[in-house]
Design a protein around this ligand. Structure first.
Ligand SMILES: Nc1ncnc2c1ncn2[C@@H]1O[C@H](COP(=O)(O)OP(=O)(O)OP(=O)(O)O)[C@@H](O)[C@H]1O
Ligand SMILES: [Mg+2]
Length: 454
């Protein structure tokens, strides 16, 4: 937003001045030449030299302006983050450290502004110095001509007057020059952003999904976040429409990464992920994501009312649909006790609600979205048994007739799953139902006995 502001200033005021100034300059120059070509030349030569120097100077200033845009967005970004994490900062008594960080950012900005101001100030003062020099020169030459009788007093007066008209816009251009540089730097940064590749690349993603069944299959998928550090190795499995696939395994084994691939937040490095036998990499993203919902451990709620947050995926849903979603996730169980019911304002990121309540709102939001494919990252937090049972019930309402991927921590969810994938170090080491896996007494058996002991 600030980058394009420079362009607005330039187009709004700068250009108008520039055009008016340039016209005046040109007209005055023609008249000046008519009065005395020699005197005009003696003014024009230093001006041309000055213009060249000025262009060079603005070339030097431009990267500084560009840097300023970058610093500005960095400082603002980190400030926003600081304010968002204010609880963590208070809890760890880190106010001082954060304010030092902010000061450092502001100081960087100040140094940058100082640098560019110095440069523009030098340009400005040297242009004024140039006027003085030119006027003095003209007075000298003009006086000499008048004494020699080749120029009248009237001609000399009109020459100096016109000279003012010619030079004033050039001085002004110094100002416009810095505006122009600012705008150019802003345009550079804007262009960088505009040239970034879109996620939903219309050249590659040409398949539009209709009537999604929800058949998801991984064909020998490998993935890495960083080069030469593969996180998933040759993953293959199949999830039938309406089935529940539970992902279990130790921390860092790659469960969230598999979920991210299903959600198309990540793209496989080799191998394919298919939906109803179509390669997801060729599918139009919005046609796929219309059929997808994600419920995360600590889901993001927006400032506003509970109703706004539930209606978020489909703002035009009917009141019956809303009602169904609210009851399906047992949100009414607590909103009925609020004076404003569904219209209760929940504050930034839902700070006015408990963890369990927030979770039920995000489940309700997913029910309303009515997706074919669901990705759930189950909360590990210990909720009291009552909340727990509400969430359990709302989750099973949500999973009904949908292809579900659940990163499961609760035994009850895992037991219900149609298939369990045990992931270790980026590989599927075991695969089957709860009973089958227990019987084979492998890694799942180990995890299971460990968890039951707790
Ligand atoms: N954005 C990222 N950039 C680089 N490496 C990452 C990134 N996200 C995850 N990893 C790495 O990928 C591996 C798998 O991570 P993943 O998040 O899939 O684990 P997980 O099984 O979901 O673990 P948990 O149960 O703790 O959530 C880890 O070794 C992790 O360090
Ligand atoms: Mg994870």
């Amino acid at each position: 937003m600030t980058d394009v502001e420079g362009v607005r200033n330039l187009v709004g005021t700068g250009f108008v001045q520039l055009i008016g100034g340039a016209l005046t300059s040109v007209a005055s120059t023609i008249l000046l030449i008519q009065i005395s070509p020699i005197m005009t030349l003696s003014v024009l030569v230093p001006i041309v030299i000055f213009a060249v120097v000025m262009l060079k100077a603005f070339g030097y200033v431009r990267p500084i302006f560009r840097e300023r845009g970058k610093i500005n967005s960095e400082v603002q970004g980190s400030l926003t983050e600081t304010l968002g994490g204010v609880r963590v900062i208070k809890a760890f008594n880190a106010e001082k450290q954060e304010s030092i960080n902010f000061e450092k950012g502001v100081d960087r900005l100040f140094q940058n502004v100082k640098k560019s101001l110095t440069a523009t100030a030098i340009i400005g003062s040297s242009s004024i110095f140039l006027i003085g020099l030119a006027s003095t020169g003209i007075m000298g030459i003009g006086g000499y001509f008048m004494m020699g009788g080749t120029m009248t007093m009237g001609e000399f007066l009109s020459f100096t007057l016109l000279l003012g008209f010619m030079i004033a816009p050039i001085v002004q251009m110094g100002n416009i020059g810095s505006q122009l540089t600012d705008a150019m730097a802003g345009l550079d940064r804007t262009q960088e952003l505009m040239n970034m590749k879109e996620e939903d690349d219309s050249e590659v993603r040409t398949e539009f999904l209709k009537d999604v069944q929800g058949h998801i299959e991984f064909h020998d998928v490998s993935f890495s976040y960083e080069e030469s550090k593969e996180v998933l190795h040759h993953i293959s499995f199949k999830s039938n429409p309406g089935s529940v696939t539970a992902l279990v395994g130790s921390s860092g084994s790659g469960k969230s990464t598999i979920a991210g691939l299903v959600a198309t937040f990540l793209n496989p490095e080799s191998g394919r992920v298919t939906i109803d036998s179509i390669d997801i990499a060729t599918v139009n993203l919005s046609s796929y994501r219309q059929n997808l919902a994600v419920v995360l451990q600590d889901d993001f709620l927006f400032e506003g009312t509970i109703r706004d947050n539930i209606l978020f995926p489909r703002p035009n849903a009917s009141s019956e649909e809303l009602d169904q979603a609210v009851r399906g996730a047992y949100v009414d169980e607590f909103t009925d006790r609020f004076a404003d019911g569904l219209d209760t304002v929940i504050g930034e990121r839902g700070v006015k609600l408990s963890g369990g309540q927030r979770q039920r709102i995000s489940i309700s939001r997913a029910i309303l979205a009515n997706p074919k494919i669901i990705i759930l990252d189950e909360a590990t937090s210990n909720l009291d048994t009552e909340s727990e049972s509400y969430i359990q019930k709302s989750l099973s309402e949500l999973m009904k007739n949908r292809t579900t991927f659940v990163i499961a921590h609760r035994l009850s969810t895992i037991r219900q799953a149609d298939q369990i994938l045990v992931v270790e170090e980026g590989r599927i080491v075991e695969h089957g139902t709860h009973d089958m896996l227990l019987e084979s007494e492998g890694r799942y058996h180990e995890l299971h006995t460990y968890q039951s002991r707790i």
